[in-house]
Write a new protein. Structure first.
Length: 200
């Protein structure tokens, strides 16, 4: 499994989001994902006392610290909520989104897009009542199913054709996400196929 973030703590459980690594390992860490260190002593052990500021708890790019729950509970809960929000902001920043408008694109591009959907390239696709979100190479392409119907194409036949391609991994619901994660991503459906990719 891939991770969208990491929390370093001595506790066994932390109320955080899906696909966040919770660990007590303090060595050989990759800080390319947002990381929160819980406990002032843990932060000092890892970075030295001179780098741990009480008023600015950002240690370096992507790395933050907060007090443990038993040290300052209110600060801990506030910082954890902020960290969770930052994880979603980081996802939005890193997942590129392109809307493919079937009504305005030249016919040649529409044909290429159809060929792409029929191809053997592995894609993750999230389908709602009105949209499709297609993840390929870290880019999510959005397509309006209403626009497809508008040009007199049966959207149900399109969906069935997409599902018939074994290289199209179709997500029909968000059951693989916790209610907490759904609350944080809100209506940002473009994140759903990427989180499915992370989960698998």
């Amino acid at each position: 499994m891939k991770y969208i973030g990491r929390i370093i703590t001595n506790s066994k459980t932390v109320d955080t989001l899906d696909y966040v690594e919770v660990t007590n390992n303090k060595c050989d860490l990759d800080f390319s994902v947002p990381t929160l260190i819980i406990g002032k002593k843990n932060a000092i052990d890892m970075f030295g006392e001179e780098k741990i500021k009480v008023l600015d708890r950002k240690i370096q790019n992507n790395v933050y610290w907060t007090y443990g729950k038993t040290e300052k509970r209110n600060v801990f809960e506030t910082d954890l909520a902020k960290f969770n929000e930052n994880l979603i902001k980081n996802l939005k920043k890193n997942v590129k989104y392109t809307f493919f408008n079937v009504l305005s694109e030249p016919l040649s591009r529409v044909k290429r897009f159809i060929s792409f959907m029929n191809s053997e390239k592995d894609k993750i696709i999230y389908i709602t009542d009105k949209h499709m979100y297609i993840l390929y190479n870290n880019v999510v392409y959005g397509v309006s199913l209403d626009d497809i119907e508008y040009v007199k194409v049966d959207k149900n036949k399109v969906i069935e054709r997409i599902k018939s391609n074994k290289h199209n991994h179709v997500i029909n619901n968000m059951k693989f996400l916790s209610n907490k994660m759904k609350k944080y991503i809100k209506d940002d459906k473009i994140l759903v196929p990427y989180l499915y990719f992370v989960a698998n």
